[in-house]
Design a binder for this molecule. Structure first.
Ligand SMILES: [Mg+2]
Length: 178
């Protein structure tokens, strides 16, 4: 089931998380970076960080940004990955619901527009960030999903179709096997 009232258009687009620099976030005018888990900072359905992710979290924090995880995954998994990346984790977030974004922003003492949310899904990450008034940052998913429940399949196809209309290729080959 997809919701036509959602704004799916990312404000920024990168190939992958580790391609985003502290300078990029400075230009966005944000202080808090919220990062999605699956296929953004860890491989889908695993506890394995994507290549360079641990170093990336360290570097972005050292540049003076607050970094948190906001995932729709279960709480314990977010908590464990938070330990791995050295940051707080909020979830399960049920993005595009904005409750956990609001909690993270409030605890960090920032306005919604001073927060970026980086994620690989339009209907959850990007729609949620746009709804909250945060800066929405889309990254290509790291690899094909391990498992797509039947009720998500239409949303996945809608996502690919929508990306074409805004000239973003969903081609996974560029980063799939890195
Ligand atoms: Mg994801």
């Amino acid at each position: 089931m997809t919701d036509n009232s959602l704004n799916l258009k990312p404000q920024h687009f990168f190939n992958c998380l580790t391609e985003i620099t502290a300078d990029d976030f400075t230009k966005m005018g944000v202080k808090l970076i919220a990062v999605d888990l699956d296929n953004t900072s860890v491989f889908d359905c695993t506890m394995t960080p994507v290549k360079g992710a641990k170093a990336w979290f360290k570097k972005i924090k050292e540049a003076g940004f607050k970094v948190v995880l906001i995932s729709n995954s279960f709480e314990l998994r977010g908590h464990i990955m938070g330990k791995v990346f050295g940051c707080n984790s909020y979830g399960p977030a049920a993005k595009p619901d904005t409750k956990m974004m609001a909690k993270a922003a409030e605890e960090a003492g920032v306005k919604p527009c001073e927060m970026a949310l980086v994620g690989d899904r339009l209907f959850t990450d990007i729609a949620g960030a746009n709804k909250f008034g945060a800066v929405s940052v889309y990254v290509r998913p790291y690899r094909k999903e391990f498992m797509i429940p039947r009720y998500w399949k239409k949303a996945r196809q809608d996502e690919i179709d929508y990306l074409k209309t805004i000239n973003i290729s969903r081609d996974l080959k560029t980063i799939y096997y890195k």
